[in-house]
Each structure stands twice: as C-alpha cells, then as structure tokens.
Design a protein around this ligand. Sequence first.
Ligand SMILES: Nc1ncnc2c1ncn2[C@@H]1O[C@H](COP(=O)(O)OP(=O)(O)OP(=O)(O)O)[C@@H](O)[C@H]1O
Ligand SMILES: [Mg+2]
Length: 254
Amino acid sequence: MMHILAISNRKGGTGKTTVSVNLAAALAQQGLRVLLIDMDSQGHCAVGLGLTPTQGMPTVHDLFTNADVQLGTAIVPTALPTLWLAPSDPRFDHGSGVRDDTKLRRAIADEALENRFDLIVIDTPPSMDALLMNALLAATRVLVPYVPHPLSFDGLRQLVRALFPIMTKQNRTLKLLGFLPTMLAEHIRQHRDTSGKVVNEFGAERGLPGIRNDIKLAEAFGVGQPICLYAPHCRGAEDFEALAQKVRALLGGG
Ligand SMILES: Nc1ncnc2c1ncn2[C@@H]1O[C@H](COP(=O)(O)OP(=O)(O)OP(=O)(O)O)[C@@H](O)[C@H]1O
Ligand SMILES: [Mg+2]
C-alpha cells in the first residue's frame, strides 16, 4: 500500500517545509520513488529544491480553481532521479475556491498515483484551512514537527484534539506517525524536558529521532538543494538519513 504522509503543525515555523523537503529527499536517496506535494501557497518546497515555477505552469492548487485539471500535469522532476514535486501556486488565495475537503484524496486515487510512487509526502500550511483538511483527508499518516520549548507542548495537545475527530470519523485510515522535535539543541535543558514530556504524554513509540539545529539546513534551502546534496556529511544530513530509515520502518518499508 502506498502511504501518504502529511507533515503538519498548525503553528508556524516549526520546520514543516524543511522536514518535507529533506525527508522526501532522504527517502528518495534510499531508493523510494517519492512525490512531494506542496499544499502551502508560500511555495517554499520549490525554493528548497531549486525549482522556479514559471507563469502558467500547472500547480497542485489548480485542483481547487479549475475542475478539469489533473494532478499529474503538475508533477515535475527534481535534481534527484526518484523525487518529484507537485508545486504550489504562490498566487493562490487560501480562502478562495470551492470548499471541497476530499478533492486531493480523489485526485490521487483517480490518477492511480500508487502505480507511479512508493510514497507521497505533503507539506501543509500553518493554518487549519481547507488546504490542510485536504491534506489530512488524503493522508494515511501524519508527522508533526515541533520546536521543543514549553509553550509548544500545549499546542501539541490542541493539535491532537483537533486530529481526533478526523482520525475517528472523516478519515479512519489516518494515523499519527509521530512527533518530531526540530531545531533541537541537546544541551538546552528545556529542549530535553519538552521532548521527554511529549514521550510521557503521547507514548515512546510516538517520539521520533529529532533533527538538530544546523545552520547548513537553512543554507541548503537558500541555494535550492536538499541537505543530502548540499552537505551530505553534516549533522542535519545525518539526522534526516536516520529519520528516513525510521519512517521506512514505521511505514513497513523495511
Ligand atoms: N533543524 C534546523 N536547524 C536550523 N534551522 C532550521 C532547522 N529547521 C528549520 N530551520 C529554519 O527555520 C525556519 C523555519 O523553518 P520552515 O520554513 O521549515 O518551517 P515551517 O514550519 O515550514 O514554516 P511555515 O509555518 O511558515 O510554513 C527556516 O528559516 C529554516 O531554514
Ligand atoms: Mg512551511
């Protein structure tokens, strides 16, 4: 079964896009055929992969403005041979278009994308809007990146409360893959304390190996390369490689 992994946290700036791009790239380097879908109209996934969307180029957001469009027409190759991107439309207005929360799910199913890809990763916007709902109703797993400081703990509780009705009613195939601490500084006590609290509250099996703070991850984004190409031996690259292995094991891919 092809998994669809949404990377989500309603809070802004928790590393969602950095995780989406670099986890998708690390999984592609480990041999999986990966499609990254950018649901956030900030358009940062294309930036992180060094792709410049041109005027008139199809985007995933066309699904919400043009009833006839096929998701497949928006899929473009990247510098990694087994990683593709469905870019977002930076001009898309998050409040616009017809409210249809299962549009993305139907587009993925209708085009039999499970024959072309082993895994789909979806980057999501930092808001609880129709685009996030589309991602969560299409997904089979959700991974939640968070910055481990005391305030983020309450945010995670609220997020779990918001996910519960979705997982029990609207999309019963959706499960929480885990919580991923990002921008982690192991020597800062509050980071260790917060990660420990998350594991206590939500279970050890929900705690994922974290991504340490590494300026190289921000630099890689700036030059439009995933970390595995930009600086394959830095700690950020090591952490994403380890995370990709853990995610494959959790998804049943070995
Ligand atoms: N592990 C890390 N080490 C250092 N910098 C990081 C790390 N992860 C993310 N960053 C930086 O933190 C900032 C926010 O990251 P990112 O854009 O991935 O967050 P986001 O959750 O996608 O934000 P938004 O909610 O706006 O979509 C970026 O400048 C990014 O380069
Ligand atoms: Mg983002």
